[in-house]
Design a protein around this ligand. Structure first.
Ligand code: ADP
Ligand code: MG
Length: 246
């Protein structure tokens, strides 16, 4: 039986009167990279907020490691082992890169472990190491994405949620970031990754879900999604919308 580490079960989410999720269910198997695909405003970032306890769904359940996360604070959820790299990275731009990394470990009591992980991050992200004393706001988008990833890993998570990790990056950094996600995944960290760019995400993901105006309209393993004509159409809106409407 597959070991499902994170499960979203029949989630309905609203902003005021406006419904964003309609019965969204997603399963993230332990050790995999799972991507949530979908066009602009389909509800991807809201899914991340629901997982992290930043926005409460009206109904449904989020289960992590067999326990519901509903009603927990974001800090409590992070302590359970989920880290996040939010949309647009959200570094503390006036703090140095070093300070940003250490902020990632704020929930940890183990000083020695933090030091070891800090050293490990500098090895994994040599580019970050070169920039330690610099203010994070002065870094390029690609460098900031790496700092955000390293910061997330400083909480020693078992799962990392990333919102549009390749957005706005130069092609060189897109490849680097995807490669780093794959490397960290191979070290045993599960990834749940939100992406508009399906072909990029499916290069590294094991499986994916396609969200369209708040509904999961397609899911499967990466090879079958890559071969699915509707994946392309989903981003143009037309065909998939017509098919689901009929
Ligand atoms: N804080 C908010 N208040 C009201 N509406 C919101 C808020 N955040 C997002 N929305 C709306 O919810 C829908 C889904 O947004 P979002 O989850 O950010 O989509 P995506 O990440 O797929 O672009 C959009 O129509 C968006 O305008
Ligand atoms: Mg978004």
């Amino acid at each position: 039986m597959t070991d499902i580490q994170l499960k979203l079960d029949n989630i309905d989410t609203f902003y005021g009167q406006s419904q964003v999720h309609f019965g969204v269910s997603v399963a993230v198997p332990r050790g995999e990279i799972v991507c949530l695909l979908g066009g602009n405003a389909s509800g991807k970032s809201t899914t991340m907020k629901v997982i992290l306890g930043l926005h409460k769904p009206r109904s449904g359940n989020v289960v992590f490691e067999g326990q519901s996360l509903m009603g927990l604070s974001t800090a409590q959820i992070i302590r359970r082992g989920i880290a996040s790299v939010p949309e647009a990275r959200r570094l503390f731009s006036d703090m140095t890169v070093r300070e940003n990394l250490l902020m990632g470990a704020f929930s940890r009591p183990d000083g020695d472990g933090i030091k070891a992980d800090y050293e490990r991050m500098l090895e994994l992200f040599p580019r970050v190491k070169e920039r330690l004393g610099q203010r994070a706001g002065t870094l390029s988008g690609g460098e900031q994405q790496m700092v955000a990833m390293a910061r997330a890993l400083m909480s020693r998570p078992s799962m990392v949620c990333m919102d549009e990790p390749t957005m706005g990056l130069s092609p060189l950094y897109v490849d680097k970031v995807l490669e780093l996600i794959r490397t960290v995944n191979e070290q045993g960290v599960t990834f749940f990754m939100v992406e508009q760019n399906a072909s990029l995400a499916l290069q590294i993901a094991h499986r994916g879900y396609v969200l369209q105006t708040g509904r999961v309209v397609l899911s499967g393993d990466a090879p079958s999604l890559l071969g699915d004509r509707r994946i392309r159409d989903a981003y143009l809106g037309g065909v998939l919308a017509a098919e689901t409407a009929s």
